[in-house]
Write a protein that binds this ligand. Structure first.
Ligand code: FPP
Ligand code: MG
Length: 294
């Protein structure tokens, strides 16, 4: 992973524009899940390290844009770039990072380049679906999971598939592993937004519902509640919630096991992922993911 960090710095150096390096250093690197996945699957060599750096730049760019879109003031426990330097800088920094990533992607064969590029189109479409779904209360779990696949799982799926292509492994099995890992990862993220606190998360807790996102636990809850309580839940959507309202939601989620049901679904996806690849290290990533607290 040190080599990946070095490669990212090299790519930033090539830009020959000090402001970008400065701004990038303000970002917290995060878990680097995508890069780790690339190295685990493809091994450590010049090409895999470059691919890992490319996908991390794309991911960083997407989060910069996402924070502008969501008007988020924190990211991974630090103020977001849009909060410190304004939305214009955040959007442009994102543009620079992902266009730089793309200009390096051309050094890989057509298939690998297309796999990654197609996934970025998917994540952009997923982001638009997410924003549009936030306009109303979405109670359809299938619609939610389709969006989640595009917004989060597609890039992870592409990382796994491209890495397999890079080292002659079966791209389909690895793609399936990546897809289910990505979906499971995002569902756990949605659960933690409800069960964890601001300090652990590095962003405000119970933020998804406030932003208009009816994630899986809210969808399960809504579909279990009697009609009058359905209306109460709907009326709280996209609002700044009081302590009592938060407590009401959490109690109802407990009564109807909404968080547990979401967790069980994430676990089921993780089991599916395990079935596609027999590799202890890749299974361990899934186990850690299900146990994580941030
Ligand atoms: C986080 O979702 C957002 C994403 C995973 C994808 C965002 C994608 C784009 C903005 C498309 C543009 C792409 C590029 C490469 C510039 P979230 O808001 O649910 O999660 P959060 O709580 O971490 O913010
Ligand atoms: Mg966001």
């Amino acid at each position: 992973m040190e080599m990946v960090e070095q490669k990212i710095q090299e790519l930033l150096d090539e830009l020959d524009f000090e402001s970008v390096k400065e701004l990038f250093s303000q970002l917290s690197g995060g878990k680097r899940l995508r890069a780790k996945l690339v190295l685990k699957i493809a091994g450590v060599n010049d090409k895999s390290v470059l691919l890992a750096a490319i996908v991390e730049l794309i991911h960083a760019a997407s989060l910069l844009h996402d924070d502008v879109i969501d008007e988020a003031t924190t990211r991974r426990g630090k103020p977001s770039i849009n909060a410190t330097d304004g939305s214009k800088i955040a959007v442009m920094l994102g543009d620079i990072l992902y266009s730089k990533a793309y200009s390096k992607l051309v050094f890989f064969g057509d298939e690998i380049a297309k796999t990654i590029a197609d996934s970025v189109t998917k994540l952009s479409i997923g982001e638009m679906m997410d924003v549009k779904m936030g306009d109303e209360f979405n109670a359809d779990d299938k619609r939610y999971l389709d969006m989640l696949y595009l917004k989060t799982a597609a890039l992870i799926e592409a990382c796994a598939k491209a890495s397999a292509m890079l080292c002659g492994k079966n791209p389909h099995s690895y793609a399936l592993y990546g897809k289910n890992l990505g979906l499971s990862f995002q569902i756990i993220d949605d659960i933690l937004d409800i069960t964890s606190d601001e300090k652990t998360l590095g962003k405000p807790a119970m933020n998804d519902f406030r932003e208009g996102k009816t994630t899986l636990p809210y969808i399960y809850l809504y579909n279990s509640l009697p009609n009058d309580e359905k209306n109460r839940l709907k009326s709280l959507h996209k609002k700044d919630l009081s302590k009592e309202e938060i407590m009401w939601i959490k109690e109802k989620m407990k009564d109807y096991r909404s968080v547990e049901k979401s967790y069980e679904y994430a676990k089921k996806l993780s089991e599916e992922a395990k079935k596609s690849i027999l590799d202890d290290e890749l299974h361990k990533i899934l186990d850690n993911l299900l146990q994580r607290s941030f």
